[in-house]
Design a protein around this ligand. Structure first.
Ligand code: F3S
Length: 395
């Protein structure tokens, strides 16, 4: 792989031990995947933030790097942490967990990383442009940035995204290259889709079939940003889809050739069966919305539906700190709190320790969350459309 003089110097350790180790990791990745060179990136998003995922070894690693004065070169956001960094006490997060989580956040902050912990950085101030090279590591954010924005990122792991953030470059392979962004399967959608949960169910079905290939959707007549984020998140979870195209909707779709592609057809029956297939519980102990993190519009919708109502069970809406600030300002948070719910920032149902907080059955409107909650959080799941979920828990 071609390296510039500056990069050679980084590799030889001239810029310190941290950069040497991190750059070595990028070179190794580049060699494995046949990259010709490094390319500059303009933003990064680092996963491996929750204490639940990285544990004590993760804290030691991050504090070591922070103490060696490692600093990121590009705007870098974090994936959700294990708790709301400001309101963790209100959520009854165990104090021992909170202390460790705060140490992790502090180490990231010392590295110059924006301690905004969200899987929707594009809704919170880190919005790449079309064709911009980035290094992101949360699967739904990767899918959204590649597909809906047309930016370019591979499915980075936490370490490789951190390495790219510290070095300012990433190896040029995979989805950074035009030739690897072509569709590999044509998905004909013959289903009526309305609620975002329908798109999550569709994504779940397609991800299972497509695995890590690139689907091209035909037949989706109308879709908004929130529905696309639900679709991509579910496909990235049930499969490993990092890029998809939707005819007439996503920015690269019109450049793509679909002749001769293997076909998959998805019907109403497939979508409806997914709700029952992923539902393993009966009565929810808690409702958690916001997977991926909610947009302001989604919070507004929930606040309107809860106006004047009382919740019989706890309800969280997960979002980014920035969107929560706007929701506070608009009074949406107050309406939701008056009903007994919470707008929770910085975290999500999968990376927070809900299984240690007495919850056994969680109701969600997200195909991704429905897929992950049994394994990651030992939860029984109720997967449904927003109205049907709220109906179960409102008086
Ligand atoms: Fe985001 Fe957590 Fe879902 S990271 S996509 S809210 S599982």
């Amino acid at each position: 792989m071609y390296l510039t003089n500056l990069e050679e110097r980084m590799l030889s350790g001239e810029n310190g031990e941290v950069l040497q180790r991190m750059f070595r990791l990028l070179v190794r990745l580049g060699e494995i995947y046949g990259a010709d060179r490094m390319i500059p990136i303009n933003s990064s998003q680092v996963a491996g933030v929750s204490y639940k995922s990285i544990g004590d070894p993760g804290i030691e690693f991050l504090e070591d790097y922070a103490s060696k004065n490692a600093k990121v070169k590009v705007v870098t956001f974090l994936n959700p942490a294990g708790m709301d960094i400001e309101d963790w006490q209100k959520l009854n997060i165990p104090p021992g967990f909170a202390e460790k989580q705060l140490r992790i956040m502090n180490a990231f902050k010392r590295m110059g990383i924006v301690v905004s912990a969200t899987c929707t950085p594009y809704l919170a101030g880190n919005l790449p442009r079309f064709r911009e090279h980035i290094a992101w590591s949360e699967s739904s954010a990767i899918s959204f940035s590649n597909s809906v924005i047309g930016a370019r990122t591979n499915r980075e792991g936490g370490p490789s995204a951190l390495a790219a953030a510290l070095c300012g470059v990433t190896p040029n392979y995979g989805l950074h290259l035009d030739e690897n962004r072509k569709p590999q399967m044509l998905v004909e959608v013959n289903a009526k889709l309305g609620d975002s949960a329908d798109f999550g169910a569709l994504g779940y079905v397609v991800g299972k079939q497509v695995k890590n290939r690139i689907p091209y959707f035909r037949g989706i007549k109308d879709v908004d940003t929130d529905q696309l984020k639900a679709l991509g998140a579910a496909m990235a979870a049930s499969g490993a889809v990092a890029l998809y195209h939707v005819e007439d909707m996503t920015p690269e779709a019109h450049l793509m050739e679909t002749k001769g592609l293997e076909r998959l057809s998805v019907s109403d029956k497939d979508v409806n069966e997914t709700f029952s297939k992923l539902t393993t519980g009966k009565e929810p102990d808690i409702v958690i919305l916001g997977c991926p993190h909610s947009s302001l519009k989604e919070i507004m919708m929930v606040s309107r539906k809860l106006e004047g109502k009382k919740l019989k069970k706890p309800l969280w809406i997960c979002t980014s700190r920035m969107v929560k600030e706007a929701a506070n300002r608009m009074g949406f948070t107050q309406t939701i709190e008056a009903a007994g719910g919470k707008v929770v920032a910085d975290t999500c149902m999968v990376v927070s320790p809900i299984e240690d907080m007495g919850y056994k059955t969680t109701a969600v409107n997200s195909g991704k969350a429905a897929n992950y909650l049994p394994g990651f959080c030992k939860q029984s799941v109720i997967f449904g459309r927003l109205d049907s979920i709220l109906e179960k828990v409102t008086a």
